[in-house]
Each structure stands twice: as C-alpha cells, then as structure tokens.
Write a protein that binds this ligand. Sequence first.
Ligand code: FAD
Ligand code: NAG
Ligand code: NAG
Ligand code: NAG
Ligand code: NAG
Length: 500
Amino acid sequence: MHFTPAVAALCIGALSKVAHATSSQNCCTALEATALKSQVAYPNSAAYKESIGSYWAENVQLEPTCVLQPRTAKEVSLAVSTLVAADGGSCKFAVRGGGHTTWAGASNIADGVTIDLSLMDTTTYDEKAGIASILPGARWGSVYKTLAKYDVTVPGGRSGVVGVAGFLLGGGNTFHTSRVGFACDNVENYEVVLADGTIIEANRDSHADLFKALKGGSGNFGIVTKYDMKVIEGDKLWGGLVTYDNSTSLKHLEAGHEFINNLEKDHDASWIGMWEYLSVTDQNMIANALEYTTPVAYPPIFDSFTAIANTSSTMRLTNLWNLTEEITQANGYRDVFVTATFVNNLDVMKKTVDIHNRMIEEARGSTKGDDYTMFTMIQPWPKLFTDHSIEKGGNMLGLDRFDENLFQVLIDYSWKNEADDALFNRLANGALEELVNYSKSIGADNEFIYLNYANNNQDPLSSYGSENVEYIRSIAKKYDQTGVFQTQVPGGFKISAVGQ
Ligand SMILES: Cc1cc2nc3c(=O)[nH]c(=O)nc-3n(C[C@H](O)[C@H](O)[C@H](O)COP(=O)(O)OP(=O)(O)OC[C@H]3O[C@@H](n4cnc5c(N)ncnc54)[C@H](O)[C@@H]3O)c2cc1C
Ligand SMILES: *[C@@H]1O[C@H](CO)[C@@H](O)[C@H](O)[C@H]1NC(C)=O
Ligand SMILES: *[C@@H]1O[C@H](CO)[C@@H](O)[C@H](O)[C@H]1NC(C)=O
Ligand SMILES: *[C@@H]1O[C@H](CO)[C@@H](O)[C@H](O)[C@H]1NC(C)=O
Ligand SMILES: *[C@@H]1O[C@H](CO)[C@@H](O)[C@H](O)[C@H]1NC(C)=O
C-alpha cells in the first residue's frame, strides 16, 4: 500500500499499523540473512497457509509476519539467537508445538515470527534403554504408531491429533496416569534451547533444577527440542466410546463418584465422562471413554458403568494408536476451554450437569450460527496420580498439597460462526464461575487449575502454590537471565504475569 504523507498523517491507526508491521519484517529479514533462509515462509506461500491452517482452533489462526520452520535443534538455536539480537531486541516471537491451545496468542502471534516446530516430528526408540525420543512437533498418534511396532507405548494424549510439546510441558493427563503418574513424570531427559542459543540436556544428573521445572512450568525457560520418555511395556488395551441417553445422567455421576474412589484398588482403569450437546442433531447425550490399559474386557471396576443401558458402544480389545485415532474432536471450529478442579463430591457433579443443561438452553435461543457443540467433561483427579509423581521425583503442579481425591471439569464449547464468540465465551466463563461459587458454598472447592485446559483469563501457574511459583520464577531467571521467554515470547502462561 502506498500513502502520500498527507493522507497517512490523517489516518493514525493505519500509520501505526504499518510502522509496526515494518518492525516485525526486520525480524523475518534477519532470519533470511542466515542459513535459515529456506525455512522462512510468508503469507502467500503454501507452507505458511498449511502451518496456520493446522492450528486446531480456528480462533487461534493468527497471521504472523512470517513462519519459521526449523528442522533441527541447531536451527532452533540459530533462530533464537537471531531473533534475540535482531532489531534492537524488539522482535516478538511465538513457539508452536502441535498448536492445540484454544486461546489466541498462546502458540502463535499476529505481529511477529512464529517458530513452528512441525517439521521436527519423528519418534525413535532405543530398545535397550526402553526410551522413546520424541521431537516436539510430533502428534501423539504418530508416536503411538511408531512405538506399536515394538509393543511398547508412552503415556500421552488421549486423542491422536494432540501435540506432544505443550502437552508434556503442562503435565499431561493420560489413560495411564493411575499407573505411572502424569505424562511429564515419565520424561527422563529434555533437550532444550536456551535464550542465549545454547543447547543443553536437562535430566536428573544434569541441570536437575530445570528438569523438574519443565514438568508443568510450560514455555517459561526455553524451547524444548527433544523429549526422552520412559516407555510402558505393552500397548494393548480394552477401550472405546460408549454412548447413552441423557436420562441416565445421575447413574453416571454416582458411578463416576464411586469410580474415582475405587481407582486406588485398580490402577489400570480410566474414565472420561462427557456430557455432549450437538446442535446439528439437537442431541443432548452422554458418552463415556472407558479404558483399561491391560487387555482385559469388562473388568469389575467398570461394573457400575456397564450396568447402565447404552445406545452404542465401540468397546474392543485394541492398541493405543487405534483407540486414539477414534477419540477425536473436530478441528476447524472456534473453541473455548475453561477448567476447574473440585473435591470428589456428588453434589458438585450434579451441579456441573445442571449448569451444562441450562447453558444449552441459553445457547439454543441466542446463537447466530447453527453449527456448535457444547461439551462438559468430568475426569477423575485422584490422589494416587500425585503419589506416582512423587515416586518419580516430583513435578511443578503442586498437587501434593492436597490429600483428597479430586475431579476435574472441562467446559469445552465449539462453534462455527465468529458472531457467536462473545456468547460462548460468556456462557463458558459464567458456567465455570457459577460452579466454582457453588463448590465454595459447600466447602468442596479446590484451587488447582490445569494449565493445559486453562483459558487465558485463568491463572494456572498460581494454582501450583506459592512455593512452586517461586521455584519456577527462580529457574526462569537462572536459565533466561534477560527474560527473553517472558517479554520477547509473550504467548502462553508466563511466570512474570503471576503476582509476587
Ligand atoms: C482435541 C484435544 C484433546 C486433548 N486431549 C488431552 C488429553 O488427553 N490430556 C491432556 O492432558 N490434555 C489434552 N488436551 C490439552 C492439551 O494438552 C493442550 O492443548 C496442549 O497445550 C497441547 O500441546 P500442543 O503442543 O499441541 O500446544 P501448543 O498450543 O503448540 O503449545 C502450548 C504452549 O506450549 C508452548 N510450547 C509448545 N511447544 C514448545 C516447546 N517445544 N518448547 C517450549 N514451549 C513450547 C507454546 O508456546 C504454548 O504456550 C487436549 C486438547 C485438545 C484440543
Ligand atoms: C436431558 O436433556 C434435556 C434437553 O437438553 C434437558 O432438558 C434435561 O434436563 C436433560 N436431562 C438430564 C437428566 O440431564
Ligand atoms: C452396551 O449395551 C449392550 C447391549 O445391552 C451390552 O451387551 C454391552 O455390554 C454394553 N456395553 C457397555 C460397555 O456397557
Ligand atoms: C482400528 O481397528 C478397527 C478394527 O480392527 C479397524 O476397523 C479400524 O480401521 C482401525 N483404525 C485404525 C486407525 O487403524
Ligand atoms: C460468584 O461469586 C462472586 C463473589 O461472591 C460474585 O461476585 C459473582 O457474581 C458470582 N458469580 C456467579 C456466576 O454466580
């Protein structure tokens, strides 16, 4: 666009926008002046369009000035060094793993450079060591598929499409959490590119403080370029999706409440309770993801669920790859996730579903678009998860402060029409607030907020407890003295945004 100075001076908004865009262009130009030249993509290229289009939620598909797609840790290091030095230190950049965060700006940036790790997506297996080395651009489906050849697996995403990188940095709830703790508890080594461009290994013997901080501390320290995970022998399981009429709701809540307390006795089981409304069919239904991580059908721990009359079932003996290809949620929608954790209390569960039903009624009368889904998910968060974390050296989540079995609620709404953004955000945030208020009124609240499901108006890092907040702060400061990952990389949950 060309402006004569007189015209430009009249439209200050446009002028400042142009000036800003020019400065991010300097950052892209700096990358082009290095050996990374062929990896820089601009808006008119196929690589750029594919990268932006592959963010799971449509509302996070921002348009950076350029996308950089490095192929190796060395290239990530060169990118970081270049962006830290370029344009007087004013370059802003984002780090993208699988791009599954639902709020805009977590792993993408409108005016800056997005480092998209998608090309670094392979998994290799060292049979002798029992270690899978997973690159940060991988999706869990490809990890499971590779490892299935060896009849081993790793605890990871329960949907094959989810990205590895952010998932492991935020904790990671898996079908195996009752057996082995969170996914992050099973990482034995991280390869990390620091703000000064050095590439280090963080494990129990080397940079052990950073090793621990990465288990829940998210993108506050550097860019992880490889995760070495301890494998689980055997990837066969009994699992699938079972659907039910929503008239059976109370039976599921009673079964779920009891199941959470029973997990102590059987560490192979897992359950995700999904209350789902689909506008396209106008159906309000319930679906359970029931998984038993050894190949045994109908284990007794599921008896109270299998006693409930179902409308369909895909329960089968299969492997983790096959199962996680089935459990997907459509991409290409606008999405909001918002979450909270509660004491395992039946009244809070009932309230969860009451509010869910009421929000559906509110949406029905008010949407501009006619294609949307409203999910409310209930997931166990029992104390035994944390017992495993402690056995393995601990993480940042701070769950060891609690000695009760908990459950977690994820409110997950998806819609097509941008004109409904305000409505669904209001409904999701309002539903959560009402539920949290209710839980407080009966003393069944819990302050933990799971980072991987948190909305940008939530503060998951604070919910780790003040001791862990200070620990993360000190490790971020130690490994990134100039605060590159706080200021030049603004996306994600940042420790500098947490109050002292
Ligand atoms: C369909 C679906 C299913 C899900 N299933 C589960 C589940 O079963 N269990 C569960 O616990 N969670 C689940 N989640 C939540 C999931 O854990 C988070 O969305 C997580 O952030 C995904 O990681 P990502 O790499 O795709 O995200 P991204 O959006 O790419 O990254 C998340 C954050 O991490 C930072 N980051 C990414 N890569 C790196 C890196 N290499 N180094 C440093 N920082 C980095 C980003 O900058 C960003 O701030 C699911 C989400 C969806 C949408
Ligand atoms: C089932 O769905 C209907 C329609 O949304 C709702 O009015 C009703 O309360 C639901 N029933 C239960 C038991 O949740
Ligand atoms: C689903 O219902 C069928 C038919 O009643 C029953 O045989 C089956 O065991 C049920 N499956 C589950 C997982 O509950
Ligand atoms: C999973 O297994 C079923 C049954 O064998 C098969 O029909 C389906 O195609 C498999 N899915 C994948 C992704 O392999
Ligand atoms: C929750 O409680 C707060 C504090 O009492 C109150 O301001 C807010 O309106 C309540 N929100 C809802 C949705 O009930």
